[in-house]
Design a protein around this ligand. Structure first.
Ligand code: GLN
Length: 196
């Protein structure tokens, strides 16, 4: 079962994409909602709010335990990507899951280009993906266990690990389900993806 963290942000948009694909999902608000969930999507929104609520509702602790145990795959989009990162530059105390060996800088594209859209080439995808960026973080460091499969200019924007993926753009805001399909494939793998 795929779960979508539904404490704040655009979780409904993620749900709609999965629904159109015929993939059943569960809204995750409390730690107990993670039972039976093998892949968790963390939506875009406000990473400080998502982090605070996920901590308060016990989802952070349970998601960390399940990820470390190897029974939960993770996908963070934008604010969700920030929640997954080990280091958030300039915000050492911001609540986060912090399980992925990478660093991010929040809102790092600057005011003039806060939001933009681009046709993104993604490794393994036959056609470019229309990517929407909204006050996106920049991934400033990627650890050895992670692989970059798309960049915007120089910066990594789609990074995968053995049982995790991160996109700084919003595939839930377009009608193209390919990145969502990529995640359901990752969740269904018996053997973790080989990266690095
Ligand atoms: N700028 C937001 C943050 O730092 C993320 C924006 C988004 O998810 N679209 O939390």
């Amino acid at each position: 079962m795929i779960g979508v963290l539904a404490v704040q942000g655009d979780f409904r948009e993620h749900e709609l994409v999965f629904q159109r694909m015929g993939v059943p999902i569960r809204r995750v608000r409390r730690a107990g909602d993670l039972a039976g969930v093998s892949g968790l999507v963390i939506p875009g929104g406000e990473s400080t709010t998502i982090g605070k609520l996920a901590r308060e509702y016990g989802v952070e602790e349970e998601a960390r335990r399940r990820y470390q145990e190897g029974t939960l795959a993770l996908w963070g989009t934008c604010a969700g990507a920030i929640w997954l990162a080990q280091e958030i530059e300039g915000y050492p105390d911001q609540p986060r899951l912090g399980v992925l060996d990478m660093s991010v800088a929040r809102n790092a594209y600057g005011r003039q280009v806060e939001s933009f859209e681009t046709e993104l080439a993604i490794d393994g995808f036959e056609r470019p993906f229309h990517a929407v960026f909204i006050r996106a973080p920049v991934i400033t460091r990627v650890g050895e266990g992670m692989r970059v499969i798309a960049r915007y200019r120089e910066d990594p924007v789609f990074v995968i690990g053995e049982r995790a993926m991160v996109t700084t753009f919003h595939p839930e805001l377009t009608s193209d389900p390919r990145v969502h399909r990529f995640f359901t494939d990752l969740v269904e793998r018996e053997v973790p993806l080989k990266v690095g």
